[in-house]
Ligand binder design. Structure first.
Ligand SMILES: [Zn+2]
Length: 251
């Protein structure tokens, strides 16, 4: 029975039976983990706290065939302020959906854990700009996953996008941008409102906590990021926040 200890952020927490919870966690040391916490909902549970979604916990678990079993957990940050506010929670749900979409599952990446923690921290501390945090998160996560969007040259003709007339066109399935001349070389493109390219670059270049000070990403930015993440999700059928919130908010 291999026992391990890690920090993890609760992506999902569902009731199971009388007193148990099944958790999906993004852990610092083992990537995505599904685990059961037995007896956690009893009044005199040995767990110090309830494992609510978005909580960052320090936990001990042992490996199981399908589910690991959590034996101890201590909440390090509850991110209560994110969970209790709709605008913050929607941005966090988008981030969680992106993690579920882009993480293969078995590879651990501390950078993803840190990015998620810092993104939730920015949402909790900030007063506005939550869409910018979500957009910055999606961009940085896709880069960590090896899917950096191509924002320098036209995907088709190689023309410098800085010198191309707007509007430019985003092609999610090709992970980049087309100049107006080339916009018909592939289907499934959409025009980006003027200034979108610059805003995308700013979000990529700055730490995620600084994205709060961006004056709203503009709906074009979030649309690009969500389409980019979704197009690069291995399964494409994951019922996480990306598809649900994306289709709702882009409609
Ligand atoms: Zn072109």
């Amino acid at each position: 029975m291999a026992v391990y200890r890690s920090k993890g952020i609760v992506l999902r927490s569902i009731r199971y039976g009388e007193a148990d919870r099944i958790l999906d966690l993004y852990t610092r040391d083992a990537g995505l983990v599904s685990a059961i916490a037995k007896g956690i909902r009893r009044t005199r549970s040995r767990f110090g706290a309830r494992l609510e979604p978005l909580s960052c916990v320090d936990f001990v678990a042992y490996h199981g065939r399908t589910l690991d079993t959590v034996t101890q957990a201590e909440v390090l940050r509850s991110f209560h302020g994110v969970r209790e506010d709709l605008a913050r929670f929607e941005a966090a749900a988008g981030m969680v959906g992106s993690v579920r979409a882009l993480s293969g599952g078995d590879e651990a990446d501390r950078r993803v854990f840190n990015l998620l923690y810092n993104g939730l921290d920015a949402l909790e501390r900030g007063d506005s700009g939550f869409d910018s945090v979500e957009a910055a998160f999606g961009l940085k996560l896709s880069m960590l996953a090896g899917y950096a969007p191509q924002l320098d040259d036209c995907l088709s003709c190689g023309f410098k996008l800085n010198e191309a007339p707007e509007p430019l066109y985003f092609a999610p399935n090709h992970g980049g941008v087309l100049c107006p001349e080339c916009r018909t070389v592939t289907g499934d493109t959409f025009p980006m409102p003027p200034g979108t390219l610059d805003r995308l670059r700013i979000l990529i270049e700055h730490p995620i906590r600084e994205s709060l000070s961006e004056n709203g990403p503009g709906e074009g930015v979030l649309r690009v990021v969500r389409a980019h993440v979704l197009a690069h999700a291995p399964g494409h059928s994951i019922s996480g926040g990306v598809r649900i919130s994306g289709s709702r908010r882009l409609a």
